[in-house]
Design a protein around this ligand. Structure first.
Ligand code: GAL
Length: 326
């Protein structure tokens, strides 16, 4: 019999291999799509959609997997991830619940609120035909969950599909979401406890049809990566920059370089996060969707490089955190 400790010795990653199969410390493929990473108390937590079920075609002809829930994995080195369980599971016994398997639960993002000590998850909840277009909120006292579902709403009364969260250095937090049938990206302030919206919002990219937003801040400047709207199929990423979250955003160029950069390396942005203890080190997280078998979708993680006139995200078959030390 193989003991757990021996098993985890079998799988020991020492680098990132974008687009390759990524196993957890139990040897199972990581199921954390459309995800995000939170650093808390010396550990990283990776939240994402668990899509470990069969594909089916929705009534509007989109490939889907029934909602299983939001996975949580933990890691101290960012290469090796331990499954912590389903932090927000599907609710099977109520067909009207936002988290019923027949619904859609995508792009979970988690922030810690330093005032309340709570962990707050926001996610896109929808019907299988994407007409509900709401954001759901769930709360936990522990980063690995379980999260308690608080309900959903249309933020400031408008539709919301792809989304992300961003927490600024002063603790102010924002929801960034595609609205107006994905034509416009809206940035909305959260309340101080992060469980609701405080009513302030700005339309950042009107009629630009951007989705899959990922926001980060470096040296006082805000960056927003996004994709075009082509469902599970890849397109060109764009970066925008601003000096203020609620200010004027300048849509710049495609910051990716290398083979298939115009197709975002056959992936779609989901999050960017800083590596702890290493200056100027941010990791770009993207999903390489596999529409016909969504469970087998892969992850593309790459380093962000800062240059005088913007950022660059270069393809690498393999890389490790020493990249940031060079
Ligand atoms: C994409 C979106 C994904 C998922 C998919 C469904 O545009 O970014 O999160 O909603 O559409 O087709």
């Amino acid at each position: 019999m193989i003991r757990d400790s021996e098993l985890s010795d079998l799988i020991k990653y020492e680098d990132f291999q974008p687009g390759e199969l990524w196993l957890d410390t139990n040897g199972k493929p990581i199921q954390a799509h459309g995800g995000s990473v939170l650093f808390d108390n010396g550990m990283y937590y990776w939240y994402g959609e668990n899509k470990d079920g069969p594909n089916s075609l929705s009534r509007i002809g989109i490939q889907r997997v029934d909602v299983i829930g939001i996975s949580c994995y933990s890691s101290s080195d960012l290469y090796n991830w331990t499954f912590e369980g389903i932090a927000l599971p599907a609710i099977s016994d109520d067909p009207n619940h936002d988290l019923h398997p027949s619904k859609v639960a995508e792009r979970p993002k988690v922030l810690k609120n330093d005032q309340t000590g709570q962990y707050i998850m926001w996610l896109h909840v929808d019907n299988e035909d994407y007409t509900l277009a709401k954001t759901g909120v769930a709360i936990s006292d522990n980063p690995a969950g379980p999260f308690v579902y608080m309900g959903s709403k249309r933020p400031n009364g408008v539709d919301s599909r792809d989304m992300t969260l961003f927490k600024d250095e002063d603790g102010t937090a924002y929801l960034i979401h595609s609205s107006d049938w994905n034509k416009t990206l809206i940035i909305s302030r959260l309340t101080d406890d992060y469980t609701d919206l405080n009513g302030e919002f700005t339309k950042a990219f009107i009629d630009q049809s951007r989705e899959a937003p990922a926001v980060f801040k470096h040296a006082g400047r805000y960056y927003l990566l996004s994709s075009g709207c082509t469902g599970w199929y890849p397109n060109a990423a764009l970066v925008a920059e601003s000096d203020r979250m609620m200010g004027r955003w300048e849509l710049k160029d495609n910051p990716l370089s290398g083979v298939n950069a115009r197709k975002t390396f056959y992936a779609q942005s989901t999050y960017v996060f800083p590596v702890q203890g290493l200056e100027n080190s941010f990791i770009f997280m993207a999903d390489r969707w596999w529409p016909e078998e969504l469970a087998d979708s892969r992850y593309v993680w790459l380093p962000v490089t800062f240059m005088d006139d913007g950022i660059e995200i270069k393809w690498a078959d393999r890389w490790d955190l020493n990249t940031f030390r060079k």
